[in-house]
Write a protein that binds this ligand. Sequence first.
Ligand code: TRP
Length: 478
Amino acid sequence: MNTSIHSQWSSKLAFIFAATGSAVGLGNIWKFPYMTGEYGGGAFVIVYLLCVALMGLPIMMAEVMLGKRGRNSPINSMKILAAEAKQSQWWQLLGWSGVVAGILILSFYSVVAGWALAYVPKLATGEFLIINSMPLAEVQTFIDATFNSLVANPYNLIIWHTIFMSLTMLIILGGVQGGLERALTFMMPALFVLLLILVAYAMTTSNFMDGVHFMFDINFNNLLYPNCTATSCELSGDGILAAMGQAFFSLSLGMGAIMVYGAYLPDKTSIAQTTAIVVIADTLVAILAGLISFAIVFSNGLEPGAGVSLVFKTLPIAFGQMPFGSLFGTLFFILLALAAWSSAISLIEPAVAWLIETKRFKRLGATLFLGILTWLLGLLTVFSFNIWSEINPLFMFPNFADKTFFDLIDYLTSSIMLPLGGLFMAIFVAWLMKKQIIEAELNGSSKHFGYRIWYFLLRYITPLGVGLVFLNAIGIFS
Ligand code: TRP
């Protein structure tokens, strides 16, 4: 069954690069370290890794397979597949919620990618070199001030947000396969090499091992009681929910990004093997980024729980101190922006593909329409860091009382929409699709050991896991 109007990846490797390009992004280098820091380290990491292995990998296989079978945008793929499985047309909603989630995520993603762009000239001009002649306390004040003055200025943020959105639109215009394939082939390896250089630097810092302990010593109190004060501690499921959400976010799962990339997959490609590579690469990058960040945090007396600014405060210190730091630093933030770029594309491609399939839109019109919409939504995030930083739209609900627009969009998408999307994909594949179809798409046999583990995880463990984490988060078990 191949009713696609879209073109395909030129090879298996092209798909691996594209899917890795989607997965590896700000989620690994910006979000993973700061969330690990906020939720106290090792326990967060272990829950995250369990979610990656027990939910992430099986769902990614399922999502690629749905795309490869449906061969259309997630909305139309789900329509076709629901009809094939004689199920309700309501399954299209899965595609719809993905389109909405993608646009919401891209709206803040673009703003944060803009921060990375804004740091490129700072490093290129050697702005951080002066920290070499400063005492530690002044270094902290200096890097705080650098970050704070960037986000305090909405005009600045809007300019970088606009640049990043335009770049994203540009690639989307060229069609994902054409523009993306070539760019990614050198970007991903370059980013990886720079990360290794940074790890080498991190190992020379005085407190590297403190960072390792922070990340891998498992202390569940930090995760379960994130809001402890001197006088009171309250049990909370937020940390576990955040770890699960982060697994989905980092792997680009649950909204159709991976599904639409699967739709461009050549027929014969092995799904199991390619997805395993993507998951391993993504996890490795997150762990490396964490090790780098926390080595610098503990060697310079910074706060692991600094929040969204964490990597923008730690990495410049490294680049200020290391040999060729300005060069490496410039390159690093360029590559971070590029990694964000290749992720951003996958956030909007499902919506673009759908508009094109409806045939009322050309690629140009679809791209412009969605780009402008996303750009406008991005202003909510821009203002969350300055003029609206005191505005808490859900102030009447205690759990959300101190959240800004940015916090809420992030929470709604990562912690709710992505896991729910993944849950329904798992249910659809493992409970409703015909086994023969699954076997044919996976080029596998149901007698194969790996296949049976996958099916078991998807059918029982994934839904149970997502369900338990949700129930825990709303306080059922406490
Ligand atoms: N995975 C990307 C990152 O880690 C972000 C991303 C791209 C994404 N496409 C997605 C997240 C789809 C969720 C869904 O930065």
